[in-house]
Design a protein around this ligand. Structure first.
Ligand code: ADQ
Length: 738
């Protein structure tokens, strides 16, 4: 309202000013018209008087002439009539005839400008007419018209004109205000739509901004890009990623979201020990990263119930609350028969997909029966996800190559879910992947995901190339998205990492104590140098190549014999698979041969411990070591490299790292080697053993900085932030279509 007033008042004032300017003009104009009318009228009156006046004058009846004149001036506009006889006779005139019109001064009225006379009685119009008879001039007739009526009319006109302009002003103002209001509403509506993102996103099938908003939409897009660019470094560089930061994301960005994690391995395993039930927590980076999410959002973790007492502790819905000491979320256990486990886990996942994805020269085995179990178990997991989802649009975090078909199966039943699949192992090139008889099904299964994550950009590239080769999909290499069957999947890099800082219990014992404990355990002297290797006993980890490199070191630099030992801690894994049994045998045999060749009384060059060790013990080895050797033939990331770096708060120790581990792209300060090249590896071992403390410190500090910043909470946090972004974009889309 006030807006309207502010708008109308100036308009009315402006129009009033115009009116005041216009009125004098109208006055002048009407006066000119009236004078012309009076001239014509005088002409008419004088013409009509010609004959009666001649008659009256002929008989010389002055009286009759005066009476005749008096009758004439009954016309209200005629003020006076006079006659000046030719030859200087006395004026014959009506009573109120103006005194300043005299017969001897009539010539001044010949000029049209002088016909207007301002007398005491007001403005008068004076017209002269010569009266003749038969060619003889009888005298001059003087007709005086009263012009006061003109004044009155002019005033009236002035009023009308003024009111007209005021009314015009009001009407124009109202129309303007109505149009302005309508346009304003339209503009605000368009602007709000724009701010909600409508017309901003350039996605196929979405409406563009109205043309008049195009420049603003363009500016907004630039602004958003700048803000995003500003936000990312802040978020990635300055935010310290901790379990609390993860929780904050969940409470801020994903408040109220239903979060489900699905993995083959469960975060807590219940194992029967006699009459007691023991709770085991598998040492896994994945559990470390995802547990804070589960705790913060009270989500559900769906996993294979593999513990001997798992069935005993679940409720009627196969659920158990964990952690046992302070329950915060649920594990929903999926039960598998022995056949299912053999076909799905050992068979298709670990004899098929695992060697297929790792270039370790172990031939993948694909059996139709394994595949059937793989499909059936993935379906079982999908059913569990659907049953556990509290909303139709949960955020589901699917883990690893055991569950490649799951994303699509979930998508079919929960089309609105945000599914983030993380592939923990490498992705091979299209030629290698094409070996798989079910390559199409696997890719289709994975493309049910909203986001598909790999450790490195190289693996993302391989995946996109494979899709391009195998499926009729639309691949966008600019933003790394794949569009298949009308659904879009973003392929992104999320390098996994470890908890930072490592738990206090892991670094509680000083490096010196750790070193002396390891030396005394393995009967080493006080100056003895220690190398460690720490892996699941898997052929992809390059344990044989590592031992060959140690043998080569002793050949090339025999001075290290007796002064350096390598401790290999190997966790048994997939022991029922023939390939793994053979590998273990080869590792044992090679270690024995090298020990035979270079060992001597009380000195063992390679110490091989094939057993599962608790994290404290692993960290004691990391801290005691002078070097850690990671020689994977192919590895998604390799957490051992990061754990070693995290354990060295003394800034000492050298990391030798395979160029084929994902970690190599993140830690160039390590001594990067080709594990197939035993000479190069031997040289790296020699360099590491002789590296000055200052160089060790410089390299270690850089690597520790990286692991601190790019820790596992960031890995999970980035995925969740992207899921939140996707959800926001989904909401914008929803608004657009409603
Ligand atoms: P893994 O192939 O298992 O993981 P890795 O990342 O090195 O490989 O993790 C091994 C884990 O096992 C480490 O946490 C280590 O401490 C532990 N470990 C090793 N020896 C052990 C022993 N003797 N006793 C107990 N624990 C032992 C897969 C991919 C990797 C990827 C991870 C995470 O193959 O490339 O880095 O997932 O995504």
């Amino acid at each position: 309202m006030s807006l309207s007033l502010r708008f109308i008042l100036p308009l009315i004032l402006a129009l009033a000013a115009i009116a005041y300017g216009v009125v004098p003009l109208v006055d002048q104009l009407t006066l000119r018209w009236f004078v012309r009318d009076l001239d014509i009228r005088s002409e008419l009156v004088s013409n009509s008087m010609q004959e009666p006046l001649q008659e009256h004058l002929k008989v010389g009846q002055k009286k009759k002439t005066e009476l005749y004149f008096a009758r004439l001036i009954q016309d209200e506009r005629l003020f006076g009539v006079g006659f000046c006889p030719e030859g200087g006779g006395a004026l014959i005139a009506t009573k109120a005839f103006p005194a300043d019109i005299r017969c001897d001064g009539l010539d001044r009225f010949v000029d049209p400008a002088a016909r207007l006379l301002r007398s005491e009685q007001g403005p008068l119009h004076v017209a002269l007419r010569t009266i003749e008879q038969e060619g003889q001039v009888l005298g001059k007739l003087v007709l005086v018209h009263d012009m006061r009526f003109i004044q009155l009319r002019s005033e009236e006109t002035r009023q009308y004109v003024f009111y007209f302009f005021i009314a015009l002003g009001l009407v124009v103002s109202l129309i303007t205000v109505v149009i302005a209001q309508l346009s304003w509403r339209g503009w605000i509506h368009g602007m709000r739509a724009l701010l909600r993102g409508e017309g901003l996103l350039r996605e196929p099938g979405t409406a563009a901004a109205a043309p008049e908003f195009a420049p603003i939409a363009r500016d907004l897009r630039v602004l958003i890009r700048e803000m995003e660019a500003e936000y990312r470094p802040r978020d990635e560089g300055q935010l310290t990623w901790t379990p609390e930061a993860l929780r904050a994301i969940l409470h801020g960005e994903l408040r109220g979201e239903d979060v489900l994690v699905v993995s083959n391995r469960e975060p807590y395993i219940h194992v029967r020990r006699g009459v007691d039930i023991e709770v085991q927590r598998p040492a896994s980076g994945l559990v470390t990263a995802l547990e804070p999410i589960m705790r913060a959002c009270s989500g559900t973790w769906i996993a294979h119930g593999s513990g001997s007492a798992d069935r005993e502790v679940v409720d009627g819905n196969d659920r158990v609350a964990v952690p046992p000491e302070k329950p915060a979320y649920h594990i929903r256990r999926v039960w598998l028969t022995q056949e299912e486990e053999a076909g799905y886990y050992l068979g298709f996942a670990n004899e098929g997909l695992w060697p297929l994805c790792h270039i370790a020269h172990v031939r993948p085995t694909f059996r139709g029966s394994d595949w059937q179990q793989y499909v059936a178990v993935n379906r079982k997991f999908a059913q569990a996800v659907v049953a556990e989802a509290k909303k139709p649009n949960p955020i589901v975090l699917v883990q690893d190559y055991h569950l490649a078909l799951l994303p699509r199966m979930i998508r079919e039943q929960l089309p609105e879910a945000i599914i983030i699949t993380f592939w923990h192992i490498p992705w091979p090139n299209p030629e290698v992947f094409s070996i798989c008889p079910w390559r199409k099904d696997i890719l289709e299964g994975m493309l049910g995901s909203s986001i598909l994550g790999f450790h490195t950009q190289f693996h993302c590239n391989n995946f996109v190339d494979t899709v391009d080769r195998v499926l009729e999909a639309r691949v966008n290499r600019e933003d790394f998205t794949v569009s298949y069957g009308g659904k879009l999947t973003a392929v992104k890099r999320y390098p996994i990492s470890i908890d930072w800082p490592p738990g206090a219990e892991l670094t509680a014992q000083s490096v010196e104590l750790c070193r002396s404990a390891v030396r005394s355990r393995h009967a080493m002297g006080p100056e003895h140098l220690i190398g460690v290797g720490l892996d699941r006993l898997d052929y992809t980890k390059g344990v044989l190549e590592r031992f060959h490199a140690i043998e080569r070191l002793f050949e090339l630099e025999p001075s290290w014999i007796g002064r350096f030992s390598f401790v290999q801690l190997a966790a048994p894994t997939r022991a029922s698979i023939g390939e793994y049994q053979q590998y273990e045998a080869q590792v044992r045999a090679l270690a024995a041969r090298i020990n035979e060749r270079f060992g001597r009384d009380g000195y063992q060059p390679i110490i091989l411990r094939i057993e599962n060790l608790p994290p404290q013990e692993l960290y004691a080895y990391y801290r005691a070591a002078d070097l850690c050797f990671v020689s994977s033939l192919h590895d998604g990331m390799n957490l051992v490299a990061k754990e070693f770096v995290a354990s060295r708060d003394d800034d000492r120790g050298v990391l030798i790292l395979s160029q084929f581990a994902g970690a190599a792209s993140e830690m160039p300060e390590a001594l990067i080697v080709n594990p197939y090249d035993s000479d190069e590896c031997a040289a790296a071992l020699h360099l590491a053993l002789s590296m000055p403390a200052a160089e060790q410190r410089d390299r270690m500090r850089l690597m520790r900085g990286l692991v601190a910043e790019f820790n596992v909470y960031r890995w999970a946090g980035r995925m969740l932030l992207d899921a939140a972004g996707m959800r926001r974009r989904g909401k914008v889309q929803e608004r657009k279509t409603t």
